[in-house]
Write a protein that binds this ligand. Structure first.
Ligand SMILES: [Zn+2]
Length: 271
């Protein structure tokens, strides 16, 4: 009895120590009890499934724009997502939405182009979504659920101690917000704000104008004021004004990042 209880405690401690990671840019320490490779594998399957269930847009301009912007952002996050096999897909869905998944799978709905007017603005949305991935917000959500259920369930701990946490497609799609329908992909307030901050630095490092991120939120605010049915992404818990204030706070730092990137990628003028 005592031995087995000690075994439980040791296993849990081991998991917690092994399952720690640092969020890029913010350096926040977070818990990760799920298998990264498994999450990536399942995310790719879910993305493929989405491509089957929704029409993929053939609009050349939009596809080109997404690829152009996605390519630049993906270079900036290379070390934060070394396993990514990037794929950028425009879905023919009228909703204002976008998402990114582990493994480098990014989807944008055609509705987003109602509020996104240039590359910088699209970059701010893509960078925000990719920040959710590099910060492993889905992993963290799943890990919390696993940790909570583990405390009460010895059977599950047995599974976890054997190195097999219960990671199911249902749990993963719920963590991504997919089970709430196509309007999902929203995290809690703290995670949304973290993704805003990290995304702002990413877009700036890619050389985009970070100030355009504020315009996206303003456009979204207008859109939601006109339409009582809130668009799914970018609209949850933290209000737009609250998010705009946070972005404004971080703007000097973001502009400095953009400046540095311009020095690196700008034209070399020889006299
Ligand atoms: Zn978000």
């Amino acid at each position: 009895m005592h031995a087995s209880r000690r075994f439980l405690v040791v296993s849990l401690l081991g998991l917690l120590l092994a399952g720690c990671y640092e969020v890029p840019v913010t350096g926040r320490k977070a818990m990760n009890l799920v298998d990264d490779k498994e999450v990536t594998k399942m995310s790719i399957t879910m993305f493929d499934d989405m491509k089957r269930r929704h029409r993929v847009s053939r609009d050349k301009d939009r596809n080109d724009q997404l690829r152009r912007v996605g390519d630049r952002i993906s270079k900036v996050v290379f070390w934060d997502m070394p396993d990514a096999d990037w794929e950028f897909v425009v879905f023919d869905v009228p909703q204002i939405n976008a998402f990114a998944m582990a493994g480098g799978k990014v989807g944008v709905f055609t509705g987003l182009f109602k509020i996104v007017k240039n590359d910088d603005q699209l970059a701010s949305v893509i960078a925000h979504e990719i920040a959710h991935v590099t910060a492993k917000h889905v992993h963290e959500k799943l890990s919390r659920e696993l940790a909570v259920s583990t405390v009460g369930t010895v059977g599950m701990l047995g599974g976890m101690a054997a190195g097999a946490p219960l990671l199911t497609v249902d749990a993963l799609s719920a963590a991504y917000g997919l089970t709430t329908g196509i309007s999902g992909f929203a995290f809690d307030r703290a995670k949304e704000k973290e993704a805003d901050y990290v995304g702002l630095m990413y877009m700036a490092r890619a050389g985009y104008d970070p100030r355009e991120s504020v315009k996206v939120l303003e456009a979204l605010e207008l859109e939601t004021a006109n339409d009582p049915i809130q668009p799914g992404f970018l609209s949850t818990h933290p209000s737009h004004p609250e998010r705009i204030l946070q972005l404004m706070d971080a703007m000097p730092k973001a502009l400095a990042e953009q400046e540095k990137s311009a020095v690196k990628t700008g034209p070399i003028i020889l006299k």
